[in-house]
Design a binder for this molecule. Structure first.
Ligand SMILES: [Ca+2]
Ligand SMILES: [Ca+2]
Ligand SMILES: [Ca+2]
Length: 433
């Protein structure tokens, strides 16, 4: 019966591919997901993930955005349990399997309100045709705080081995519940599953910033690539706390002897005729000259600009509003990215300059996002932008900066929350791209 199902599914998949005539080449651009075929809601923020056992490949590896790391446990009935922090409407579970293009794993999904009593939702056998995330839809009306994957072996052996998991929920609509929702979701996760509302912080250009501790996932060398994405709103074209030839760092990971990447905006009257230039750089740890890509367009005070910087093994790129604008070879400046211990800061890099304005919806991915995905994110700016970000399997950090109280800048991936410092005005701006 399973073979019949498998054959049926394969022929359906082939038929769909033929119909859209783009399945093969599109697969990489779909960022490791099959959402073009089966999709629901958005990936929900996760508070914790635990497993019945492991062999040293721990449960947390299913949330690191890297399909080269996995959770593994020996024995039929091994379980992986995701804690969403509070009870949520559920619509699907996306799983990427270790050796997923070779093995078919048999698994069951269940949910629980209390982490003790689990109600079965559905059971299935994995495709055996892909190592990418594949979504299993759940029965209409499913809810739960805890979602459990029980693996009952695979066609090769009794190992349970999963590289990535996302629990998906129906996106809530409207941003009107803003602060209340953020507080309601377990107190640990800002925003909510769907719309993240419109709140954004204000940085005063002299002391205010957000700081997030070092995480190796924010370094190019850790996974061989990186994407930095943010929305930035300058409130001045002539900010006073500038450095160098007349620029401010509005976000960056770099300190003396521990430089990695940074973003800049050049200010009016700078010494290099770079007024309004917005740039993305990578440095060697010692600093000095960096490889940088930029765009230099007229900027209006109060304008929200979507900025994405990517780095692969050889090349740095910058995108503005979904479009590639510039690229530069790391080798052009002899840059060899390193993993350092410098923190990530938003509003400044290392206190030598400060940004005046707002920065919101900062995301980091452990790979260069494909151009089509970057364009799709920009296109989603007036729709469910949050869902577009959370759908990326390589997402390793997402600070919506949509808090309306407190000093914690929540990371929607649950990996690494940050802190508002130096008088940053939480919820002082409206994110309206
Ligand atoms: Ca992983
Ligand atoms: Ca590090
Ligand atoms: Ca260039």
């Amino acid at each position: 019966m399973k073979i019949t199902w498998s054959r049926l599914f394969s022929s359906v998949a082939v038929a769909l591919c033929a119909a859209v005539s783009a399945c093969g080449p599109m697969e990489d651009e779909l960022a490791a997901d099959d959402e073009s075929l089966v999709a629901c809601g958005a990936a929900l923020a996760v508070r914790a993930v635990t497993a019945s056992s492991d062999d040293g490949n721990v449960a947390a590896n299913v949330l690191d955005g890297d399909r080269n790391t996995r959770w593994s446990a020996l024995g039929k009935g091994s379980t992986l349990t995701v804690d969403l922090g509070s009870r949520q409407p559920l619509c699907g579970v996306s799983i990427a399997w270790y050796r997923g293009d070779v093995r078919k794993s048999t698994f069951a999904l269940s949910a629980s309100a209390d982490g003790q009593t689990f109600a079965p939702l559905t059971s299935e056998t994995s495709s055996g045709t892909t190592t990418r995330l594949r979504t299993t839809l759940l029965p209409v009306g499913a809810t739960g705080r805890y979602v459990r994957v029980t693996v009952n072996g695979n066609l090769e052996n009794d190992w349970a081995s999963i590289t990535e998991v996302r629990v998906r929920g129906e996106a809530t609509t409207g941003g009107g519940t803003g602060g209340g929702t953020a507080g309601g979701i377990g107190g640990g996760i800002g925003g909510g599953a769907g719309s993240a509302g419109t709140a954004a912080p204000v940085f005063n250009g002299s002391t205010a910033y957000v700081e997030i501790g070092d995480d190796d996932a924010y370094s190019q060398v850790t996974h061989g690539g990186l994407t930095i994405e943010a929305w930035v709103r300058p409130d001045s074209l002539s900010m006073s706390h500038r450095e160098g030839s007349g620029y401010v760092h509005w976000m960056g990971k770099g300190e003396a002897g521990a430089h990695e990447w940074t973003t800049r905006m050049y200010q009016a009257g700078n010494a290099e005729s770079r007024d309004n230039r917005i740039s993305f750089y990578h440095f060697n740890p010692s600093g000095g000259l960096g490889a940088g890509s930029y765009f230099q367009d007229p900027v209006k005070v109060g304008e929200w600009i979507h900025v994405v910087g990517t780095i692969d093994q050889t090349t740095l790129r910058i995108y503005k509003n979904g479009a590639l604008r510039d690229s530069d070879l790391l080798s052009g400046y002899s840059i060899r990215p390193q993993n350092t211990s410098s923190p990530l800061r938003i509003g400044t890099r290392d206190f030598n300059s400060f940004f005046q304005g707002s920065v919101a919806r900062v995301a980091i991915y452990s790979a260069p996002l494909p151009p089509a995905r970057i364009a799709a994110h920009y296109a989603a700016r007036t729709g469910n932008y949050d869902a577009a970000v959370l759908s990326e399997s390589t997402l390793v950090g997402y600070w919506r900066l949509n808090e309306t109280s407190g000093t914690t800048a929540f990371d929607a991936t649950g990996r690494h929350h940050g802190s508002y410092k130096g008088g940053a005005v939480v919820g002082g701006a409206q994110f309206r791209p």
